[in-house]
Ligand binder design. Structure first.
Ligand code: PLP
Length: 359
């Protein structure tokens, strides 16, 4: 028998979230972001599930394209970091990728190849920096670039930006940035892409020709503070089981370094998942999990393959009891907040040793 620990991936929830998010911006085309193995949910399965409804998938870099093509996914794939090496440009036609170009040298690599008829004049995306200050060209350079690289800056090209503060609905900065970007492009180019999940929910004016959505499709709110509650269903439920139970006397401690000591007689359940599975080692004492639907709290240090929970007072806990670490009944953002991280990180970190079970 294999270890029970697995991530259940609910594809009905994925479809539901895609519909729910698409309905917020019915005039936009939705680019589905499946980088980092679709945020841990399985890029191939997510792509297979949504391919009939999607014009474009997105990954971070070219290496992430290969497994999708090998699996028979034929939908064009937007590569968000553009080509890292000049030679990669030659693969754009072969692999049917659409580059998001963020450096002038990338634009130049592509422009000259189209001019020399070495690659097809596919659609290209060009990224402009509106305050994230991570990737992208300065919007003031638009005219000069469009004039210098006409094979990239076609009518079909998409001019994109990525917002730094869309996940803070109370902050006016994001709306100001959207307004300024729209104004800067008003007489220049109409084919725009601005919104990620957070902007699609809280900044309607950011809905452009293309939106780019990741986390919301996987059922996690993009907002750290839950003032906004989008209509989403969790896709990943991380499950494990109790593999040992013991009673401790007051004064006895648990785990490496004896970081937690029972103040009263306690029952400790050992659960078959650890940091090698992607459960963060720095999860503090008090991080919740569900045992038969009831909350219990982490005690002692996270080890490589195991966690320990104080299940004192919970009925019906036995060897084999199912444990939900996050998902359908325990919001991933609640667990993430306790650990001092975000749902994105928990999901993407679930390691390859955890089987994904799709239904
Ligand atoms: C450029 C870009 N667009 C869109 C997204 C999707 O963002 P989210 O998962 O918040 O919807 C990402 C994700 O990091 C991104 O890097």
């Amino acid at each position: 028998m294999a270890r029970y620990t697995h991530a259940r991936i609910n594809l009905d929830a994925l479809r539901y979230n895609f519909t729910s998010m698409s309905e917020l911006a019915p005039a936009s085309k939705q680019v589905v972001v499946i980088k980092a193995n679709a945020y841990g949910n399985g890029a191939i399965e997510v792509a297979r599930c949504l391919q009939s409804e999607v014009d474009l998938f997105a990954v971070a870099f070219l290496d992430e394209v290969y497994e999708l093509r090998e699996a028979g996914i034929t939908t064009p794939i937007l590569v968000l970091q553009g080509p890292h090496q000049e030679q990669e440009c030659e693969l754009s036609s072969v692999l049917n990728v659409v580059w998001m170009l963020h450096l002038e040298r990338q634009i130049n690599w592509i422009n000259k190849r189209i001019e020399n008829r070495e690659i097809k004049a596919n659609q290209h995306w060009v990224k402009f920096d509106t305050g994230m200050h991570r990737l992208g060209l300065d919007p003031s350079e638009y005219d000069h670039l469009a004039e210098s690289y006409p094979y990239v800056f076609t009518e079909d090209a998409v001019i994109a930006t990525h917002l730094a503060r869309a996940d803070e609905p109370e902050c006016e900065n994001a709306q100001d940035v959207v307004n300024a970007f729209l104004l800067s492009m008003q007489d220049k180019h109409q084919n725009l892409s601005i919104a990620n999940s957070a902007a699609n929910i809280s900044l309607p004016s950011a809905a452009a020709v293309y939106n780019r959505m990741g986390i919301s499709l996987y059922g996690s709110s993009p907002f750290e503070k839950e003032q906004v509650s989008p209509d989403l269903k969790p896709v990943m439920t991380l499950k494990s089981e109790v593999i040992a139970l013991r009673d401790l006397a007051a004064g006895e401690s648990v785990g490496y370094g004896a970081t937690w000591t029972a103040s009263k007689p306690s029952t400790i359940a050992t659960v078959a998942i650890g940091y090698a599975d992607g459960y963060p080692r720095h999860a503090p004492i008090g991080t919740p999990a569900l045992f038969n639907g009831k909350k219990a709290f982490l005690v002692g240090r996270v080890s490589m393959d195991m966690l320990t929970f104080d299940v004192s007072g919970l009925d019906d806990i036995d060897i084999g009891t199912e444990v939900e670490l996050w998902g359908e009944n325990l919001p991933i953002n609640e667990v993430a907040a306790k650990i001092g991280t975000i749902g994105y990180e928990l999901m993407t970190r679930v390691s390859a040793r955890v089987p994904r079970k799709y239904d």
